[in-house]
Design a protein around this ligand. Structure first.
Ligand code: GLC
Ligand code: GLC
Length: 829
């Protein structure tokens, strides 16, 4: 069952009922000011850091779900309704929500009155613009009132929802004309404020939540002021400050009125925090006055429909540009809309927010993840390489000089997060992969010379290349008894914790150090990860390629020898006959082996082992891929492990705490599905690769939205696996490494357009039924118009490749760098 449809020309998803199976959200903003907005206008805003600079309040896991956002209430002769249905939930005569690239338009109509609300965050602007167009579609004159509503968060979202003894007494506002300012803690240590304004005279306001609602026992669905059709002009003093504008409107038949509301954020220099004089008519309880210069300028920027239209046009142009770098036209519309629009859009969001703020991530718990942010770059780097470069340097600066990494860092301070610490065995390798992908995209070898400090040597002169060296050797220097990398606290799978042996509720599986390993540095020197081994052999060649390019041939040969040795060790000690085992636990026992009672096979090591060609000459790659198909494949994707764990295995950790079919215990963890899609494509099995791709790519789940539940335009982290009661049900949408990895899987492995150090590889591995496809790729200043023909209906194999009519050996289009458009023609066979 569907709840809407794709509008590909406008790059929108159009939702036709407010009652989606889960709130279907969008993100506004891509620089400093961000908003989350659901299809019923729920959500919140923050500036840069969702925890430390939260602008509006939101209650997660509320009953009912998704209460709280920015709401407009209309009281039309006693009928109270919201354009987005919620929170009053009066049945509407019509409803539509269009989620587009950085904007959302929600339109509701009731009794002949239509309200169309456009929400967006303009480029280079720290505020959310909300344009409300009210139209009287009835045959008679209409008089009604409209109320806006935003509830302020007292800045630190964690404190805001816990420290009530203090923060019920700190809330403060100022009101000037139609603008309500939020100035909590501004007198003392803060120099930032927020405001909510409307570009018209108002007939009243409310800034105290209880006064707006009329009773502490009322909800957002039942505010007395709105139902009585009159604001109470309340002035907040502690408790919960809000901002609500009240306006009376009369419209003749056919007449429209546009109101522009702005929810903004601004910072003042320390010496310009206060205004010198108190203007006439300013409402305040303070002896000081906020300096509002910045707010005035921001308000002036979008106070007419023409200016709003220009801001929206600029935003659209920005996205049209970003999405013109890579475009495809394949025989499958769903692939086209994923590749050309939604997957790239999601990659921007994950690049911006890592795993911080979604409807499943509270914006409080997590900073930027070391492994997460590195992987996010893989799907984003072609869009704005300069921002990727900056991010790479930020991430690398949190690395330690021995190659170890802080697992997370805070975006505002850019410092490693000491509470979580390090020793996640896979972290350093993602750094090699992301830096290599940046160089492959841009040809900017200069990044290797960039000065990038280590966290434990902040003043030292170090280069990015040194970071890659220590990353590579961090693995080599930390091997276990079989010559495989130590598993440490966890590898990519946060929930395989082989040194934890936790028996106390509430202990963090990732950070708890079992006393028995204290003397050894915090983790077992026996437990080894076959996944990290495979990731090492997959990423290692990029490091070797970099050294060779720099003419460091001895170092390249030395690194290559380590890779070869790792392949040998993996084949000898981690190949189980038909697939690769997952790990050796701290007792030296195999995990993810035929010999195990449960969890006999795991997905993670397999894809990278296949792409590293470990044991290929003995057929290990095809055996492995077939085993995945046999044991992990199911209707909605590939489960992470099989059979699911039904008991707590203290030696494995968090993975065996989840009920079977959820999360890391045999859930369909879409992130690692992408690695198998890549591996199938790599092995030339384009039909299989596409089968797996189409099981999890959101556009393909649209028809079963009632089962899948989450948005059909973006990936979620997890889908319930075959052992779960809710088989096929998506969770944790938006902020997942799946976005980047499936962008890589479809664009670089299936469609086969893959940047390399020395050019653009074009080597597709597609469904054999396809006659071919076309693609347009901007790459290092040139544009390549690529045509793939598949007359023999094969999956893979470049029979001929020409560039501007000239034959080229192999399948790498050399960089021409002349800034022109080149025709690339490929025939498969
Ligand atoms: C989450 C984490 C990611 C981890 C994965 C598997 O997606 O953000 O870092 O690799 O779970 O545990
Ligand atoms: C990752 C995993 C999640 C686990 C968490 C612990 O996000 O996906 O299952 O609970 O890490 O930090």
């Amino acid at each position: 069952m569907k709840f809407g449809h794709f509008d590909d020309t406008r790059k929108e998803y159009v939702i036709n009922t407010p009652k989606t199976p889960y709130p279907w959200i969008n993100y506004l903003g891509n620089q400093g000011f961000f908003s989350l907005i659901s299809n019923t206008a729920g959500g919140y805003s923050f500036y840069k850091d969702a925890r430390l600079r939260r602008i509006t309040r939101y209650r997660y896991n509320n009953v009912p779900l998704d209460m709280g956002g920015r709401y407009f209430y209309i009281n039309d002769n006693g009928t109270v309704w919201n354009p987005g249905w919620s929170p009053v939930k009066t049945e509407l005569d019509s409803y539509e929500c269009r989620h587009g690239m950085g904007y959302t338009v929600i339109t509701g109509a009731k009794n002949g009155l239509k309200a169309e609300v456009t929400f967006f965050v303009p480029q280079d602007y720290d505020g959310e613009v909300q344009q409300v167009v009210l139209t009287n579609d009835s045959a008679s004159e209409k008089s009604f009132s409209i109320f806006s509503m935003a509830e302020w968060c007292l800045w630190d979202a964690q404190d805001d929802c816990t420290n009530f003894q203090r923060n019920f007494s700190t809330g403060r506002v100022e009101i000037e004309g139609s603008t309500i300012y939020h100035v909590t803690e501004y007198r003392d240590r803060r120099n930032h404020y927020a405001f909510y304004t409307v570009n018209d005279e108002i007939d009243g306001y409310d800034t105290d939540r209880d006064a707006f609602l009329g009773s502490i026992y009322n909800g957002w669905d039942n505010p007395t002021t709105v139902f009585e059709g009159k604001a109470s002009n309340s002035f907040a003093d502690g408790w919960s400050p809000v901002a609500s504008h009240y306006k009376k409107i009369t419209l003749a038949p056919g007449e429209s009125k546009t109101l522009i509301y702005i929810l903004g954020y601004a910072e003042n220099p320390q010496d310009k925090k206060f205004a010198d004089t108190k203007p006439e008519g300013l409402l305040t309880r303070e002896t000081w006055v906020l300096n509002k210069e910045k707010a005035y300028a921001m308000i002036d920027k979008y106070n007419t429909p023409e200016k709003v239209a220009a801001g929206l046009a600029e935003l659209r142009a920005t996205w049209d540009n970003l999405l013109s770098i890579f475009k495809v036209d394949t025989p499958d519309d769903k692939v086209n809309r994923m590749v050309n629009i939604w997957n790239q859009y999601q990659c921007m969001v994950t690049f911006n927010l890592s795993r911080s703020a979604s409807y499943f991530e509270s914006g409080i718990g997590r900073g930027m993840g070391f492994r997460d942010s590195n992987q996010d770059i893989l799907g984003f780097v072609h869009q704005i390489p300069e921002r990727a470069r900056e991010r790479l340097i930020d991430i690398a600066s949190t690395q330690l000089s021995d190659g170890g990494c802080y697992h997370q860092y805070q975006p505002l301070t850019k410092k490693g997060n000491a509470d979580i610490g390090g020793d996640f065995s896979d972290d350093p390798l993602w750094m090699i992969l992301s830096v290599a992908s940046y160089i492959k995209e841009t040809g900017d070898w200069g990044i290797l010379d960039a000065n990038v400090p280590f966290d434990d040597d902040p003043e030292g002169k170090h280069t990015m290349l040194e970071h890659l060296d220590v990353s590579f050797y961090h693995i080599v220097n930390n091997l276990g008894p079989h010559g495989l990398p130590l598993a440490m606290r966890a590898d990519w799978n946060d929930c395989i914790n082989l040194s934890c042996f936790s028996d106390t509720p509430g202990e963090s599986f990732q950070t708890y150090t079992n006393p028995k390993f204290k003397a050894e540095g915090g983790y077992s020197k026996i437990a080894e990860s076959a996944f990290v081994a495979a990731l090492f052999t997959y990423t290692g060649p990029a490091y070797v390629g970099i050294l060779e390019h720099l003419g460091k041939n001895d170092e390249a040969a030395k690194a290559q020898a380590e890779i070869d040795k790792m392949k040998k060790n993996t084949m000898e000690s981690a190949f189980d006959g038909d697939w690769f085992i997952r790990a050796y636990d701290a007792n030296g026992e195999k995990m993810g082996s035929k010999e195990c009672e449960e969890g006999k096979i795991f997905i993670e090591p397999q894809g990278f082992a296949v792409m590293s060609e470990i044991g290929k000459e003995e057929g290990a790659d095809i055996k492995t891929l077939n085993a995945i198909d046999k044991y992990l494949n199911c209707e909605f994707g590939l489960v992470l492990n099989n059979p699911a764990f039904t008991k707590y295995y203290i030696q494995y950790g968090e993975i065996s705490t989840y009920p079977g079919g959820y999360k890391e215990n045999a859930g369909i963890f879409t992130h690692n599905n992408a690695w198998i899609i890549c591996a199938e494509a790599y092995a030339g099995r384009g039909d299989k690769a596409f089968e797996y791709y189409s099981k999890i790519a959101p556009a393909f789940t649209e028809e079963t939205s009632d089962i899948h539940k989450t948005e059909p335009y973006v990936y979620g982290q997890m889908i319930g696996g075959k052992d779960a009661k809710n088989f096929g049900q998506g969770k944790n949408s938006w902020l997942t490494g799946t976005a980047a990895w499936n962008m890589v899987a479809i664009s670089q492995y299936i469609l086969g357009v893959k940047p390399e150090f020395d050019g653009l590889r074009v080597d597709p591995s597609i469904p054999s039924a396809w006659d071919g496809f076309t693609a347009s790729r901007q790459f290092r200043g040139d544009t390549y118009e690529i045509t793939i023909k598949n007359p023999d209906h094969v999956c893979k194999g470049v029979k001929s490749l020409t560039v501007d009519g000239q034959p080229v050996e192999g399948c790498i289009v050399p960089v021409s760098g002349d800034g022109k458009t080149h025709k690339v023609e490929v025939t498969l066979g």
